[in-house]
Design a protein around this ligand. Structure first.
Ligand SMILES: [Zn+2]
Length: 334
């Protein structure tokens, strides 16, 4: 089991090597999903998919900058004719890519009780996690005409069996590991001790783990991997460390992260020679009022500005956008 588990500490986590000339790249991932009230308990049927229309503008925005967004779609999106209409063209000619995002509570077969624990797919009975994944995979193939090669568990909820099911579904890359975050208080995985550099889950050439990028910043950032988890028990200490510029944790997302923080984060990730910077956000943030991060039109304008500024800084560093296909073609198998 340990050889095939994504986050098992016994996993050797052989780092992924890239071919010469790959340099440093960035990948923009979009958790593309239904609109729901993030403050309410999860439910099977109360969501809407109004924000899907906003993908058109975001796609154009990315195309204007040579960025190929990876849409990690869950079941409500994978069965949306409008999503297919908007994305099929860009997907067909490589201006966008499709991936899987499993929100088990809205993904059939609907057998489990809806609760916090079961919202992490990796906690489900193995047969059910597998069935939901395969059914979603099939829906994506049908709706978008392409087989997805990349996966993210909703709420980052991978489990001990996920890797085997992903391989069975023909998935090449898992991007569920949110290194430096801990979801164990709500029944999810603890990623705190994981690296932010990509690694092989098991044999090189089988499943590649591509963690979301989060860096530590501040004078004590080298101590981040030890100090930050410790300070989690003392929220006041965590706040004080951040205000004193001693230690802060910066995930590369416009959601809850200011431009100034993200610029620091990008500079650090580049300086640390991270081969692929993985940026992310949620598609409902493209329409005001759906996520805690974008409540107004002004917030939405800020979100687009955030991307403009971050793309520009990456460009100044010589870091180019990449795609799942390009990553797969660029790994060096010794
Ligand atoms: Zn999600």
């Amino acid at each position: 089991m340990s050889e095939s588990s994504i986050i098992d500490p016994a996993n050797h986590r052989k780092p992924v090597q890239f071919k010469e000339g790959f340099g440093q790249r960035y990948l923009l991932t979009v958790d593309t999903e239904e609109d729901f009230d993030w403050t309410e308990p999860l439910a099977r049927t109360t969501h809407r998919i109004d924000s899907v229309t906003r993908l058109r503008k975001f796609q154009q925005f990315c195309e204007g900058r040579g960025v190929v967004p990876v849409y990690l779609v869950d079941y409500p999106i994978a069965t949306s004719p409008l999503a297919a209409e908007l994305l099929r063209g860009p997907l067909a000619d490589g201006r966008a890519e499709i991936g899987v995002q499993l929100h088990p509570w809205v993904s059939p077969p609907n057998e489990e009780e809806i609760n916090q624990f079961n919202s992490f797919a990796g906690n489900l009975p193995p047969y059910l996690e597998r069935a939901k994944l395969l059914k979603l995979h099939e829906a994506i193939l049908t709706n978008f005409g392409q087989a997805p090669l990349i996966y993210r568990a909703g709420r980052y909820g991978i489990g001990p069996n996920s890797a085997a099911f992903l391989r069975e579904a023909g998935i090449a890359i898992d991007t569920s590991a949110r290194a430096r975050f801990d979801y164990s208080a709500t029944g999810g995985p603890n990623f705190e001790s994981l690296p932010i550099t990509p690694w092989w889950v098991g044999k090189p050439g089988s499943l590649l783990e591509l963690p979301l990028t989060t860096v530590y910043s501040g004078l004590l950032r080298k101590l981040g991997p030890v100090l930050f988890p410790l300070s989690g028990r003392l929220p006041a200490l965590r706040g004080a460390l951040s205000r004193a510029n001693l230690l802060e944790r910066i995930p590369l997302t416009p959601e809850g992260v200011t431009v100034a923080e993200a610029l620091r984060g990008v500079d650090i990730a580049v300086r640390e020679d991270l081969p692929v910077l993985v940026l992310s956000f949620h598609s409902p943030s493209l329409s005001p009022g759906h996520t805690p991060y974008v409540r107004t039109q002004a917030d939405l304008d800020d979100l687009y500005d955030w991307w403009r500024i971050i793309f520009a800084r990456l460009g100044e560093h010589g870091v180019q956008p990449t795609s799942v296909r390009e990553i797969m073609a660029s790994v060096a198998l010794a």
